[in-house]
Write a protein that binds this ligand. Structure first.
Ligand code: PMP
Length: 349
């Protein structure tokens, strides 16, 4: 996995938060450093205080989560690695619903697994009937099925009722990646205890703006969490990281306001892009938007110092040309305006 090199003016290629760490969280960290810093000893390998804080956070939201239902990782990337490591024997297959986040197949390959890919067409808005997914899971004897909702890179979401139907019908472990769920408002967390084949992943890297600290977690029944703990690296989260995440949870109201504002900015970007010539933009429930065009939008924006995630092009027979696809993280109001202005000018509007 090769991230971009951020030498550019505006970095909107990795769906990071546009907001800096809140002052209140900074103050908590500084006060801890001044008064009770204990960085000379190893961190709590089980991230106990963070898991308790997460359970409290979700209990306040009405969900009966306990620390035994949670495992923390160095980003949810590490959780994906733990899941594939714990569940795959040599040659076992995972199923992904494409296009989707590339780390699932990368982690599976690194852990001796095989990958089956179910392709979904753009013409259907990337929607896939649950029965088609169930059939593909059976046909491939998939050990793990990854469902990303909202999906990276397309921004569409998978309805909780579809996921429930799928989870109840497949033999695979269903891993629901909710990295962007704060922006859609939908979650499977309410059903975590209903199934013995369901894992839900969350992260502090997106809505919570802590991508630089690397914190993610998974929620599942205790026996599943115990299976993941077997492959967990000791001392994976630093003391500093655990503390910062606990502090962020304490200031959850700040993040709720930020998510509300981000959703308005998403509408601004979606509306602006839809009114530019020659661009098909897909609806998004995340903090990024997915667009297609005969123009190479990523290259056009790069020429103006704006870094977005381009996925190259594919040939189309219908229109006899190439279609480029691109994922653009929602930026600040000014950044979105600049993107829309550039793409309208280049498109000749
Ligand atoms: N899942 C999805 C769908 C993502 O897009 C990302 C980050 N790009 C991750 C997981 C990993 O996030 P992190 O490791 O920062 O928690």
């Amino acid at each position: 996995y090769k991230p971009n090199n951020p030498g550019n003016k505006i970095k909107l290629d990795a769906n990071e938060s546009i907001y800096k760490m809140p002052e209140a969280v900074k103050r908590d960290i500084i006060s801890w450093l001044e008064n009770e810093e204990n960085l000379h000893i190893y961190p709590d390998t089980d991230s106990t205080i963070l898991r308790e804080a997460l359970a409290d956070f979700w209990n306040n939201g009405g969900l009966p989560l306990a620390p035994e239902n949670i495992i923390c990782g160095v980003g949810s990337d590490q959780i994906i690695d733990y899941i594939t490591k714990a569940l795959l024997d040599c040659g076992d297959r995972i199923l992904t619903i494409e296009p989707t986040f590339s780390m699932y197949s990368l982690a599976a390959a690194l852990n001796h697994g095989q990958i089956a890919r179910l392709e979904t067409p753009a013409s259907s808005g990337f929607y896939c009937e649950p029965d088609v997914i169930i059939e593909a899971a059976h046909a491939n004897r998939a050990k793990i099925l990854f469902i990303c909702t909202p999906n990276n890179p397309t921004g569409h979401d998978v309805k909780p009722e579809d996921i429930i139907k799928i989870t109840g019908s497949v033999d695979a472990m269903v891993v629901v990646d909710e990295a962007y769920a704060e922006f859609s408002g939908a979650t499977m967390l309410g059903a975590f205890d209903r199934f013995d084949n369901l894992i839900i992943m969350r992260t502090f890297s997106k809505a919570w703006g802590l991508a630089g600290l690397r914190v993610g977690y998974a929620v599942a029944r205790p026996e599943i969490i115990r299976a993941l703990e077997i492959v967990k690296a000791p001392f994976n989260l630093s003391t500093f990281t655990q503390l910062a995440a606990v502090s962020a949870l304490r200031h959850a109201d700040i993040y709720k306001d930020r998510v509300r504002e981000l959703k308005q900015l998403r509408e601004q970007l979606l509306n602006g892009l839809s009114s530019a010539a020659g661009i098909t933009v897909y609806n998004s429930t995340a903090n990024f938007v997915f667009a297609e065009s005969h123009r190479d939008l990523a290259a056009e924006l790069a020429r103006h110092g704006i870094l977005v995630r381009g996925f190259g092009s594919r040939k189309t027979e219908a229109s006899g040309g190439e279609i480029f696809s691109v994922r653009i993280s929602v930026g600040t109001k000014e950044q979105n305006e600049e993107i829309i202005r550039i793409l309208k000018e280049t498109g000749g509007l």
